[in-house]
Design a protein around this ligand. Structure first.
Ligand code: BGC
Length: 410
């Protein structure tokens, strides 16, 4: 029997664009059309059905819920802020509060308003002030109901997919541009961190808890030779903690501008270098099929122990950690429960080793629009019938609900 700390946050996560539907002022919407991709369209119609979805979360004993605010709704044209959309998110927060569910609110989850993307996006230095202007509109209005803020979701994934691999809009492949984007995202976070604290102070609110949601992975050397181990070590440094280190730079005491560390963990990478070159160090993975390991429906390795290893490696920062995403896409719901169970087992083990973990948010509350992969991958503990938009509560959701209710993992 494994007991979790008192006041542990249990719940699930979503992001606006992936569930709301009808986000026609967003760069992704335009990109789906121009690149001939699956359209997100009505997504899960969560924009209309959020009350019903929160009833489900409540019935599953969730006491926390992560969602994001869609910047392109709030500011559909540059400098024109929509009070109506702001009111919508206020209603969303009130709906959570009414059910005693603690909101964890993300301000940027991969998507941008079209006008922002068109006038330079995150490559442009003005991105920082534009993002802060948006935060300055949203945060004071919602502050009363929010303690946990995520400024930016997975900066490293955003940079790599949109500016290095070129598989997400704006589909650039440039180290040079990626470096600019990283710089701007880092500054945007640092400034937003201080801005949110300032707003809370001015409003005499109790202190907010602000973080990013950092994607992390386990990097496992295939053969444990020196070069594979070196590459695994370097990749963990760049991919898992590179952005964290970046935002502490220039800070005299090297104190991180974070009140907790939000982490998103899904999988591992098996490192096998073909030769010793810069590109090989960064990219080579084992292509042989000799690692017998279960996979999700996108082919990602399922490796719960990796979460434990990553959690221990973050202990040095001496900050509370929240698992802001962890999940599996699969057609086999019993595999989903096993995934959740095994990851929770390792989270509990990390807590026993002294890592301060404050919550676990499964990705995702419901099946949703999985970016360039469309609607095929099914991550939800709640299924969606995309013809009727009916919500189908899966068995894994009920098993997880028992953990949320008892605070105990059997
Ligand atoms: C993202 C989610 C995404 C999930 C599964 C995370 O990287 O934050 O938006 O759906 O992974 O791929």
């Amino acid at each position: 029997m494994r007991k979790f700390p008192n006041n542990f946050l249990w719940g699930a996560a979503t992001s606006s664009y992936q569930v709301e539907g009808g986000n026609g002022n967003c760069d992704w919407w335009q990109w789906e059309k121009s690149a001939g991709k699956t359209m997100s369209g009505a997504a899960c119609r969560h924009y209309e059905f959020y009350e019903q979805d929160f009833d489900i979360a409540k019935s599953l004993n969730h006491n926390a819920h992560r969602f994001s605010i869609e910047w392109s709704r709030i500011e559909p044209r540059e400098g024109r802020f929509s009070k109506k959309e702001l009111q919508h998110y206020l209603n969303v927060l009130l709906a959570l509060k009414k059910r005693n569910i603690e909101p964890v609110v993300t301000l940027h989850h991969f998507t941008n308003p079209i006008w922002f993307a068109k006038s330079g996006g995150w490559e442009d230095q003005r991105s920082i002030e534009r993002y802060l202007r948006y935060c300055n509109f949203v945060v004071p209005a919602l502050a009363k109901y929010v303690r946990y803020w995520i400024t930016i979701n997975e900066p490293t994934i955003f940079i790599s997919h949109a500016y290095l691999l070129g598989v997400w809009p704006p589909q650039k492949k440039s180290l040079f541009k990626a470096a600019y984007v990283e710089e701007h995202l880092a500054l945007a976070h640092i400034k937003a961190y201080h801005l949110i604290h300032k707003i809370y102070k001015e409003l005499s609110n109790c202190k907010p808890s602000v973080s990013i949601a950092q994607n992390v992975m386990a990097f496992v050397p295939c053969k444990r030779n020196l070069r594979n181990r070196l590459a695994a070590y370097l990749r963990a440094k760049v991919y898992n903690i590179g952005f964290l280190e970046r935002i502490s730079m220039g800070n005299f005491l090297k104190r991180l501008p974070l009140d907790f560390i939000g982490i998103n963990y899904y999988s591992r990478q098996v490192v096998a270098l073909k030769q010793l070159g810069k590109g090989n160090l960064a990219m080579d993975v084992c292509e042989k099929k000799h690692h017998r390991i279960a996979k999700n429906s996108l082919g990602w390795d399922i490796y719960p122990k990796g979460l434990y290893e990553v959690l221990l490696s973050l202990k040095k920062y001496n900050l509370p950690i929240m698992i802001t995403e962890n999940g599996i896409c699969t057609k086999d719901d019993s595999q989903r429960w096993k995934y959740i169970h095994d990851h929770l087992k390792y989270i509990h083990r990390a807590i026993k080793k002294g890592v301060k973990i404050t919550g676990y948010l499964y990705w995702s509350l419901m099946d949703n629009f999985e970016w360039d992969k469309g609607f095929v991958p099914r991550f939800g503990i709640v299924g969606i019938d995309y013809k009727t938009y009916k919500r189908i509560i899966r068995k894994s959701a009920k098993k997880f609900a028992e953990v949320c209710r008892t605070n105990i993992l059997k």
